[in-house]
Design a protein around this ligand. Structure first.
Ligand code: GLN
Length: 196
């Protein structure tokens, strides 16, 4: 199995390592690659869109043809996971900040996202989350977005205060936090299982 981690910016190598450690634990034969090549994305069994700056990542993936490949993969039923800025880009509906910056979303999941939802006082923080199918999981939030609302076909996986911070729609996952930064590979294992 091959998992593509879109390598514009953010914790790309951490995602690659988390996938490889998860595969090893599960006894799955495969590897993760950090890539910016549309054809490599096309040939992958699953795709991860990491965090970073959604404005920058958005621009680049639409410019170099990766956005179309992510959409094609999602439509084919291959698993796609967006974390933090990636969570924003997975959405169909953005807030006014996303609109103001002209960020073009992938429009894959029926979720309403808000950029930098947790405010200035709490730019980054860690907190224990309860995640459906996973259990207790340490959530690392870095200038994190939140999901304000989820459409009917979306399964809410986790909430924090009034926000949704984890959601699943068929073969797609959107997480407002960074599962690659804790050393706990259970979310990556769950994601890989979606691709088996
Ligand atoms: N604040 C960033 C954005 O809106 C996301 C932060 C992150 O990915 N760590 O794009």
């Amino acid at each position: 199995m091959r998992v593509a981690v879109i390598a514009v910016q953010g914790a790309v190598s951490e995602h690659v390592e988390a996938v490889e450690r998860a595969m090893e634990r599960m006894g799955v034969d495969g590897r993760a690659i950090a890539t910016l090549k549309p054809e490599e994305v096309r040939e992958s069994d699953a795709i991860i869109l990491p965090g970073g700056e959604s404005t920058t990542i958005g621009k680049l993936i639409w410019k170099n043809g990766i956005a179309e490949e992510i959409i094609r993969a999602a439509n084919d039923g291959r698993p796609v996971m967006g974390t933090c800025a990636g969570c924003i880009l997975m959405a169909k509906h953005g807030d006014e900040q996303i609109e103001r910056t002209g960020t073009r979303l992938l429009g894959l999941m029926n979720i309403w996202v808000k950029r930098n939802a947790f405010g200035r006082q709490r730019e980054s923080f860690q907190t224990m989350l309860k995640i459906k199918h996973i259990g207790d999981f340490e959530g690392v939030f870095i200038r994190a977005p939140a999901i304000l609302k989820a459409g009917e076909e979306v399964e809410v996986l986790s909430t924090l205060e009034e926000y949704i911070v984890g959601a699943k729609q068929n073969n797609m996952l959107a997480l407002a936090f960074h599962p690659e930064l804790t050393g706990d590979t259970r979310i990556h294992e769950y994601f890989i299982r979606m691709a088996l």
